[in-house]
Design a protein around this ligand. Structure first.
Ligand SMILES: Cc1cc2nc3c(=O)[nH]c(=O)nc-3n(C[C@H](O)[C@H](O)[C@H](O)COP(=O)(O)OP(=O)(O)OC[C@H]3O[C@@H](n4cnc5c(N)ncnc54)[C@H](O)[C@@H]3O)c2cc1C
Length: 250
């Protein structure tokens, strides 16, 4: 884990209220793996850093894809190329892609595309077949990496299947060697209740509120079948069926 003052290369609104920021950040980008995150200091008004997934890496750069929802992300969205920000990372465990399996099924809900884009891109480059079920509220959707088979759903029916992306999971499970997901907590909880997924390994990235990002403050503690875990240090990637969902406030 490194604390870096990173120069912003670009920071632009790619979808309504969603920004893509590229940072000059070699020491973090060279170590990063899909599913890991960084803690970003968002100016003076927010005491706590904000966790954001590593969305892409390239050369000495790394990208963040973030939805503007509150004080911290509003501050971030106002930064200009050339400004510097204080970033801590890479943090967390990341996804585990086994060497043998060939067919990966990814399920992204909304801004949950941020870490799964990175995972999908790396997996395609490693020669895997990647199917990405990607659900959004409407037609404002982020492009998926080249080589990925995308299956779209929107709540308003403007693109692809009308409904929730989780409704499509059962028909894509057959032939999937590994399953990964990231999205809002209700989406993940819904998956935890699906009989089709009860006996399967499903790696999910949990986007809980957190304080420090490296296991000191215990604010992101959750209950799992293997005892209490801290999302920042032991996660953010967990087995779907290992989480005691009744204990998580949504
Ligand atoms: C490991 C991890 C990775 C993440 N990756 C991304 C990412 O790649 N892109 C992205 O857009 N977001 C991501 N998030 C969520 C992101 O951290 C929050 O949206 C951000 O901290 C909000 O900060 P803020 O100051 O703008 O909003 P705040 O002012 O802190 O909050 C505004 C509102 O959003 C709610 N909120 C804040 N944080 C969360 C959260 N984590 N989950 C649910 N509700 C929340 C608050 O309760 C409040 O109602 C990630 C979270 C975690 C834990």
């Amino acid at each position: 884990m490194k604390q870096v003052i990173a120069a912003i290369i670009s920071n632009s609104e790619v979808l309504p209220h969603v920004y893509l920021m590229w940072l000059e950040c070699p020491s973090i980008s060279q170590e990063a793996r899909p599913g890991q995150f960084v803690m970003v200091r968002c100016g003076e008004e927010t005491v706590l850093r904000r966790p954001l997934s590593i969305h892409q890496t390239g050369d000495d750069r790394l990208a963040l894809l973030y939805a503007v929802i509150g004080k911290g992300t509003q501050w971030l969205a106002a930064r200009q190329p050339g400004d510097e920000i204080d970033v801590l990372g890479p943090l967390g465990n990341g996804f585990t892609v086994l060497p043998e399996p060939q067919n990966l099924l990814l399920v992204a809900g909304g801004i949950g595309i941020a870490p799964l884009y990175y995972l999908a891109d790396m997996a395609v480059k490693d020669g895997k077949q990647v199917t990405l079920l990607y659900g959004t509220a409407n037609k404002d959707r982020y492009p998926v990496p080249a080589g990925v088979t995308e299956v779209a759903s929107t709540e308003d029916g403007s693109v692809g299947y009308r409904g929730m992306i989780t409704e499509l999971i059962p028909q894509y499970l057959e032939g999937a060697d590994q399953v990964f997901a990231c999205g809002p907590l209700p989406m993940l909880q819904n998956m935890a209740n699906m009989p089709e997924l009860k006996e399967r390994s499903v790696q999910i990235s949990l986007e809980m509120r957190m304080g420090c990002g490296f296991g000191v403050c215990y604010s992101c503690t959750i209950k799992t079948g293997h005892g209490l875990k801290q999302v920042c240090k032991d996660g953010p990637v967990f087995e779907l069926n290992d989480i005691i969902w009744e204990e998580i406030r949504i």
